[in-house]
Design a binder for this molecule. Structure first.
Ligand SMILES: [Fe+2]
Length: 359
């Protein structure tokens, strides 16, 4: 077995960097400090934990009632750090806290408040309960939702295709990098289930991510090669200073790491498999406009064109449909996961539109 050293060094650096700072005042800094070692070895742990418990309701209110962007960013940076524990070096001190009551208390409060906020926002998009329990109607709902594009979605993709400069394309690619390193893990979290058909389909997807057993062909390696070809550094931390891409990333792990959200995790994973191929076509057109050798430099995006088209249909036929046939009550959970993913995708495009000065 190989240790995921890239993941571990990333999480540990994040945690150690923050905890070595003199200033441990924000929520994400406090949690990073508390994760950095055994609490007996941390002189400020008790004080910081008490402060944190006292301040938590205020930051949660600012984020989800007032929609204060800094509070939202702080909460999502904190959740990102907490989820990264699951991918860190198994022998690192961070792992001592994985199931600690102090950490679960904070995580549960943040996740509950966040999901209440998200679910309130997607009510109008959801199918009725009876539609969600019908495999064919739910399948149609997934396709219909995945094909909906807001004005900003169209503008961002049109901009990448027709206008974005090399520097702007680099921002787009580096913004995507963090999820790329974790996507296979997000898929793996959705694997434990009783249906062999569902397991087979997700395993097929994981097999594709892993390059069919050839490490050099794995999607992570393809992405890293693209960064090298484009003269870009692999980012150690997310490049985002904005809550929206953090939330889109975190939702994979909020669902994937909570058994009660299993069906939401499935809906959340299925949706991008349906809409990604049309997105990738525009990205590839933009790369071809900028680079005469785009196919060589950016094989990652080319390889995803056809693969995602197939994955979308396969997820609908072999994951969504059999789950609802066996357990109709899971249908609405699948839809909630899918609708939250669409919301996350739209927010991500709004973030990109901001970065490109399109708003
Ligand atoms: Fe991939």
């Amino acid at each position: 077995m190989f240790l995921n050293t890239q993941a571990s060094s990333k999480s540990e650096k994040l945690i150690n960097q923050t905890s070595s700072d003199k200033n441990i005042s924000t929520l994400s800094q406090q949690v990073a400090y508390l994760l950095s070692d055994n609490h007996q070895a941390l002189p400020l742990s008790e004080t910081i934990l008490n402060d944190l418990y006292q301040e938590l309701p205020t930051i949660i209110y600012s984020a989800f009632q007032d929609e204060d962007k800094l509070a939202l960013l702080e909460i999502h940076k904190t959740l990102y750090t907490i989820y990264e524990i699951n991918f860190s070096h198994p022998l690192s001190p961070v792992c001592l806290h994985e199931h600690s009551s102090w950490l679960l208390r904070i995580r549960n409060q943040l996740e509950s408040a966040w999901l209440n906020y998200e679910i309130a926002r997607i009510q109008k998009q959801l199918p009725s309960y009876s539609e969600a329990e019908d495999p064919k109607l739910l399948r149609d709902w997934f396709i219909e939702q995945a094909l909906l594009e807001s004005k900003i979605d169209k503008n961002v993709l049109g901009f990448l295709k027709n206008q974005a400069s090399i520097e702007q394309f680099n921002i787009f690619i580096l913004s995507d990098a963090t999820l790329n390193y974790r996507f296979c893990d997000a898929l793996a979290l959705s694997l434990p289930y009783s249906s062999e058909k569902v397991k087979a389909e997700i395993s097929q997807n994981i097999w594709d991510e892993c390059g069919h057993g050839i490490a050099e062909k794995s999607h992570v390696r393809q992405f890293v090669r693209m960064l090298t070809e484009l003269g870009l550094q692999q980012p150690t931390y997310p490049i985002w200073q904005d809550w929206r891409p953090y939330a889109g990333h975190n939702i994979y792990f909020c669902f994937g790491l909570n058994r009660k959200h299993y069906f939401k995790a499935i809906g959340n994973l299925a949706m991008p498999e349906i809409f990604d191929s049309s997105r990738n076509r525009k990205v590839v057109a933009g790369l071809e406009r900028l680079y005469s050798d785009a196919r060589v430099k950016c094989e990652y995006f080319y390889n995803h064109l056809e693969a995602d088209e197939k994955h979308g249909l396969d997820w609908l036929n072999n994951v969504i449909t059999p789950i609802v046939e066996a357990q109709p009550e899971a249908g609405i959970e699948l839809a909630i996961g899918g609708a939250i993913r669409m919301e996350a995708m739209r927010r991500y495009n709004e973030y990109l539109a901001d970065r490109f000065g399109l708003l």
